[in-house]
Design a protein around this ligand. Sequence first.
Ligand SMILES: [Mg+2]
Length: 191
Amino acid sequence: MRPAVFFDRDDTLIRNTTLPPPANPHPAWKPGDLSDPSRVELLPGALQACRLLRDAGFSLVVVSNQGCVARGSATIEDVQAVNARVGELLVDDAGNPMIERFAFCPYHPQGNVPEFTREHRLRKPNPGMILDAAAELGLDLSRSWLVGDMPRDCEAGINADLPPERCLLIGEHGEVPDALAAARLILSQSR
Ligand SMILES: [Mg+2]
């Protein structure tokens, strides 16, 4: 079984909460809600991080809470379009997509869209997205890593029984500043 690196999407691989509000925001829009693929911007180092990890044989999986669907400021199709754009940008040097799966959770306990307004096993810090991807793609969780910018990302990894030291928080308060530094740390521990 292959090891994976599970990446959070927003503010880990792509710019998110520092984006200016959209031109005509939905009434339920909140900072962080991203429904327009033309606004996708990779964070510095994200592409190189993915290339280094792919070259080292890791499966790359994105696991993202998208409560914007439950709030009603984006649809499932919007989230899929944004993910498709991220996938187009994260390609290897031959142009092949590197992200094997984009998992997302459209549920949120405080939403406006009844269908998606509830707590859910997929919603981080719950481990559902990680466990499902591992089962469906045949991933070895004991050798896998998680990289995210929020404590709940790391909690989801720990709840999926990833070794806690393999759940890396990035950013100002994290172990490493960004995805590229995380990738280098992972590679240094994987030889
Ligand atoms: Mg994030």
